[in-house]
Design a protein around this ligand. Structure first.
Ligand code: PLP
Length: 268
């Protein structure tokens, strides 16, 4: 018998292709040495070519999954990914309050505001964007939007360092403690710059850009690696720096699979 590891909960959708969603979160938690737990919000039908459709899980079942694990095993940190509907988002917010996850006093809580796949397939019903802003952002320790999600949530089109800061400020008005505006495909440059801010500090995290088209699940993997570090007790800037190191390596080790976009890899 070994000591009980720290625990991390992902509240997210299933990817039948195994590259993103719950499947990416669990393997990242495993690779980071924390015990992963899941509250599944939706089941997607997808492969390397895209998302063919999804069915959402009844919101009371989502709530019951969260309460079951929080009440028995405890949650050292949690994250959300694909949440599918406004009703699920409202239920998740209420349930997180009940089990003391997020907010000023609760366990660290990362919101990855997943709206669409990289192929442009919707993963969130339209009316749900507002619920992410009003229900989840005020409870979040950290939000981790990519540039498309930034545009949807704030209307800010990030084109360079100035607008990346403007986007961070706009996101902070919705109430999260920290925002990470991921530069991803921002600049036509060999570097990839993410901006982390709590309103007082603006921390640029710069790393290399690896030339690969196989980046499926990249956003989920980074948010999960950050969540694992928060579960282990790191502060937000250190957890994000760890998450960035993890995703750089995972992109470097990504592999082709199927006829479309292959996944990033947490194995090395
Ligand atoms: N499917 C699920 C269930 C997801 O959560 C996500 C992203 O969060 C995706 C698909 C899309 O991943 P990607 O845009 O990396 O292909």
């Amino acid at each position: 018998m070994t000591a009980t590891p720290k625990t991390a909960l992902t509240i997210a959708g299933s990817d039948s292709g195994g590259g993103a969603g719950i499947q990416a979160d669990l393997r990242t938690f495993f690779a980071c040495g924390v015990h992963g737990m899941t509250a599944i919000t939706a089941v997607t039908v997808q492969n390397s070519l895209g998302v063919q459709g999804f069915t959402d899980i009844p919101s009371d079942v989502v709530a019951a999954q969260i309460k079951a694990v929080a009440g028995d095993m405890g949650v050292d940190a949690a994250k959300t990914g694909m949440l599918a509907t406004a009703e699920i988002i409202r239920t998740v917010a209420k349930t997180l309050d009940e089990v003391h996850i997020g907010g000023a006093e609760g366990a660290p809580f990362v919101v990855d505001p997943v709206a669409a796949s990289m192929h442009g397939d919707a993963l969130l019903r339209e009316e749900a964007l507002e619920a992410i802003r009003t229900e989840l952002f005020p409870r979040a320790t950290l939000v981790t939007p990519n540039l498309d999600e930034v545009r949807l949530l704030t209307g800010v089109e990030v084109k360079g360092p100035e607008s990346q800061r403007e986007a961070a400020r706009a996101l902070l008005t919705f109430g999260p403690q920290w925002v990470l505006v991921k530069g991803g495909h921002l600049y036509d440059s060999p570097r990839c710059v993410d901006l982390l801010s709590d309103g007082a500090r603006f921390i640029e995290l710069e790393g290399p850009r690896h030339p690969t088209e196989h980046t499926h699940g990249g956003g989920d993997t980074m948010a999960s690696a950050i969540t694992a570090s928060l579960a282990k007790g790191l502060g937000v800037p250190d957890a994000v720096a760890e998450g960035k190191r993890f995703i750089e390596r995972a992109v470097e080790e990504s592999y082709p699979l199927g006829e479309g976009v292959g996944p990033v890899s947490p194995f090395w």
